[in-house]
Structures are given as C-alpha cells and as structure tokens.
Design a protein around this ligand. Sequence first.
Ligand SMILES: CC(C)(COP(=O)(O)OP(=O)(O)OC[C@H]1O[C@@H](n2cnc3c(N)ncnc32)[C@H](O)[C@@H]1OP(=O)(O)O)[C@@H](O)C(=O)NCCC(=O)NCCS
Length: 172
Amino acid sequence: MAADLVIRPETSGDISAVRRINERAFGRPGEAGLVDSLRDHDGIILSLVATYGVEIVGHILFSPAPVVGERGEADAVALAPVAVLPEHQGAGVGSALIFRGIQMLREAGHGLVVVLGHRGYYPRFGFVPASRYGIRCPFEVPEEAFRVLELYEGAAPDGGGVVRYRREFEGV
Ligand SMILES: CC(C)(COP(=O)(O)OP(=O)(O)OC[C@H]1O[C@@H](n2cnc3c(N)ncnc32)[C@H](O)[C@@H]1OP(=O)(O)O)[C@@H](O)C(=O)NCCC(=O)NCCS
C-alpha cells in the first residue's frame, strides 16, 4: 500500500533532500542555494517538507518580507520557493504544502503572505493581486503574478507599500 502524504516541518536531517528537490524542480541551483542561504542566516519563518513514508517529495519555505509603507513597516511573509520533484508534480503535493503552510502561519499569528509566481496557480489558495492593496514588488513584475493573501481580514496595511525581501533573494 502506498504511504500517505505527510506535511511536516523540516529537520536538520532533511537538508540535503531539500536541496535536491529544489535543484530538480527548478532545473538549476539558484533556488536550492537561496534556501541554504536563508537557513544559514536565520531567514526562515517556516520550512515544510512533504513526505511519502521516508521519501521527501516536496518543500516549501516562508521568509520575512515586511511591507514598507509611508506609515512604517507591516509584518508579511514571502512564500518562496515551493518545489515538488518532477515525477510527483500534478498530484496535489504543492497544494498540500501551500494549504498547510498558510494554516500554520495563521495559527502563529501572521497576517499577510506575498507570492511572486505563476498567475494561474495561486488564486486557488485565495491569493489576489497585491495591487488591490497598493502593495508593490521591489522589482518589475507582471501585475497578475505578484499576489497577496490576508490571513485575517484587514491584515494588509493601510496605504500599501513596497515588499522588502531578504537580501538572499538578490541574484536568484
Ligand atoms: C509549481 C509546483 C510547486 C506545483 O506543485 P504540484 O504538486 O505540481 O501542484 P498541484 O498538484 O498541487 O497542483 C497542480 C496544478 O498546478 C498547476 N501548475 C503546476 N506548475 C505550473 C506552472 N508552471 N504554471 C502554472 N500552473 C502550474 C497545474 O497546471 C495544476 O493545475 P490544475 O489543478 O488546474 O490542473 C510544482 O509544479 C513545481 O515544483 N514546479 C517547478 C518549480 C516551480 O515552478 N515552483 C513554483 C515557483 S512560483
């Protein structure tokens, strides 16, 4: 019988598997290096793995990304990267990681999640264009690709602002 899909926090024993998943899912080393660099510099809010038994098949990471506006900084969390091994894609693993991550962030009291990604994928989780709240990406991106999710109503800061990603994202 096939093992059930389990989503759980990353442990130190998962680090090399997480690296391999990101390398294989993205087909390049950039995102795997980003994950290692954020881990090394205390830049992780939440890192989850998806497992079938002992096999790790997916990974998601959330890092601090405050919205800097005219009235100051508001707490926000960036979803990036999310990766599933190619042979396990399209089977709900990515969705399970995202839903569980959102749930854990909400339980931990966070208010806002930002994501830059495929425009057709994130609406199903409730992400809406960040422009709706006047929240902007620090670099040029298509409007439909930069999205936010309020974890409770009114979490987006009044007046919006610019998201400040961790410096480890530079150059990825
Ligand atoms: C994106 C990714 C994490 C999704 O994980 P997954 O387990 O394959 O996703 P799920 O099975 O939960 O959902 C499948 C849906 O995702 C969609 N999807 C997957 N990759 C996509 C892409 N590149 N662009 C748009 N939609 C995509 C599929 O079309 C499918 O949509 P449907 O349900 O309407 O048919 C995974 O495909 C992956 O690792 N891709 C390579 C790395 C990557 O691009 N990460 C995201 C960066 S924003």
